[in-house]
Design a protein around this ligand. Sequence first.
Ligand SMILES: Nc1ncnc2c1ncn2[C@@H]1O[C@H](COP(=O)(O)OP(=O)(O)O)[C@@H](O)[C@H]1O
Ligand SMILES: [Mg+2]
Length: 288
Amino acid sequence: MSIIEKAASKLNQQASIKPEPIETGIPPVETPAQEVRPATPDTSESQRHELNLVKLKNQNIITPQAEHSNMAEEFRMIKRPLLDNAFVQNGPKVRNGNLIMVTSSLPGEGKTFCTINLAMSIAMEMGRTVLLVDADAPNPNMLKTLGVSYDRGLLDLLDDSSLKLSDVIIRTNIENLSILPAGRRNRNATELLASDAMSALLDDMAQRYPDRIILFDSPPLLVTSEASVLASHMGQIVMVVEAEKTPQPAVRQALTLIEDCELTWVLLNKARNLAGVDYYGYGYYGQS
Ligand SMILES: Nc1ncnc2c1ncn2[C@@H]1O[C@H](COP(=O)(O)OP(=O)(O)O)[C@@H](O)[C@H]1O
Ligand SMILES: [Mg+2]
């Protein structure tokens, strides 16, 4: 059975069943108890950017004014299991479950589009805050889509120990949404993303704000090594697959690069609806 077929067959079982770790053949990893440090605000001196919500809506991005659109409804369903696993009330907790990376096998499958919509959808939820991180250093399109133009970001933070997170985070007019840009082009981007400083930063982000979702837009897995490096730090991964386009071997190969992640979700993007009418929606969303 192909990965997509296997995923599709799980769809019917999804609603009532608590997700299980992906079948890697490797025994499940024990989740170590985590020390949660008291939260100290890191955005007090941050810059602020006014997002143009009308422009975003015209690009099919969910905004508070389009809360009842089809897109908003679809992302409501997509975010639910992610939030459930990020903030487990009972049962085993996913390590750094609030660190969620959106990736895909190849470029153009919809990573940036889905990451931004997911972030918007979560930010509009009561009591949830989101930090949207552009971790696609080779192709940092997230800010362009959002109409934001700041140059400093994640790579600068990793490269310059005098910078604090609050120096590079951008707050927005969507109260619960902040942005961390990719930062200035850096020849050592892969090394920086794989550095101890990055591990420390991610653990700090995950644990200092246990009630915040940190969502990473990432490069495609089969094109650069950066996405698989990042994946090793994530509690959950959303793997975007472009319907009727991404070759199955590419999906299969990409999934092997992230098989150590406890929770991997497959999002079939740009699917047609059952009547075969063109429809940029989501045919399937579930665990791989
Ligand atoms: N579900 C969707 N509905 C409408 N447009 C989409 C959808 N998914 C992706 N797109 C569009 O497809 C193009 C490629 O998507 P993008 O998110 O930039 O891909 P990636 O980040 O994976 O390279 C963009 O123009 C984006 O707006
Ligand atoms: Mg992108």
